[in-house]
Design a protein around this ligand. Structure first.
Ligand SMILES: NC(=O)c1ccc[n+]([C@@H]2O[C@H](COP(=O)([O-])OP(=O)(O)OC[C@H]3O[C@@H](n4cnc5c(N)ncnc54)[C@H](O)[C@@H]3O)[C@@H](O)[C@H]2O)c1
Length: 253
């Protein structure tokens, strides 16, 4: 078991499934104490149980992070459960719908913004207040390849994920003086519960054909890059967007 995050206290939002769940597993395997956030107990609890069964330390943080109070409470709870420290925040949760421009509805736009964008803004206030400048802190925002290269039906998704990169850079500029690093990852499509509804064999084959490494990525690979950015190995890295995409974003135009 790698131990490079031994004793760190981390919160992963939306950790009941997909990339967030795997990130919680890997942070815990590296020795971190992990707050597993999701909307419902039945989503968070199995992840907490699986981490504990492997000898790791975790606790559930059932909270809707789409509101200012919700994300603040999730961070405060993690700080309290972690014995009064808070070192790593992974802003991963998202609620996603792909819609053509005429079909975008106020409810969809609001929910996507609340979960995927506003929560990241509000998280910064609480995280910055609770991270110890002596020890430093790391925030990793989960953006997307869609922040850098767009397709039809993704005005809202691409807009939010590009906004996340702006937040990442601005927050890095502002929080560096408090020894807090802020970075983002930009994954290409990886199979998760969340992407199930938008994937089909033809689309996957097309993506694979355009990807230099000739395959889709995995949640394990995305989580490893998040753990790297959260670790001391990335100690002089801040304000960056790390593409974890098999090369698809910058090739084959
Ligand atoms: N999977 C991909 O192909 C892919 C590619 C690029 C970027 N991403 C990004 O990675 C992140 C995770 O994606 P995924 O595919 O693993 O998602 P997913 O849908 O599989 O899991 C997301 C989790 O977040 C939880 N969640 C949703 N709203 C929440 C809220 N208000 N409060 C707390 N929890 C909430 C859900 O219940 C779910 O368990 C997202 O930010 C997504 O945009 C994913």
């Amino acid at each position: 078991m790698e131990q490079d995050l031994q004793g760190r206290v981390a919160l992963v939002t939306g950790a009941g499934a997909g990339i967030g769940r795997e990130t919680a597993f890997q942070l815990a395997a590296r020795g971190a104490v992990v707050g597993v956030n999701d909307l419902k107990e039945e989503l968070a609890a199995p992840v907490v149980d699986a981490i504990r069964a492997r000898g790791g330390r975790a606790f559930g943080v059932v909270q809707n992070i789409a509101t200012r109070d919700g994300i603040r409470e999730a961070i405060r709870r993690t700080h309290a459960e972690g014995g009064g420290r808070f070192d790593i925040l992974v802003n991963n949760a998202a609620w996603v719908r792909y819609q053509a421009i005429p079909d975008i509805q106020p409810e969809t736009l609001d929910r996507m913004l609340d979960v995927g964008f506003k929560s990241v803004v509000w998280s910064l206030q609480e995280a910055a207040a609770l991270m110890d400048p002596e020890r430093g802190g790391a925030i990793v925002n989960v953006s997307s390849a869609a922040a850098l290269r767009s397709a039809a039906n993704s005005v809202v998704y691409s807009g939010i994920k590009a906004g996340i990169l702006g937040i990442t850079r601005a927050a890095a500029a502002e929080l560096g003086a408090r020894n807090i690093r802020v970075n983002a990852v930009c994954p290409s499509a990886v199979p998760t519960e969340g992407t199930q509804r938008n994937r089909d064999a033809a689309r996957d084959a097309n993506r694979i054909a355009r990807t230099p490494l000739g395959r889709l990525g995995t949640v394990e690979e995305i989580a490893r890059s998040i753990c790297f950015l959260a670790s001391d190995g990335a100690g002089f890295i801040t304000a960056q967007a790390l593409s974890v995409d098999g090369g698809i974003t910058l090739t084959n135009i």
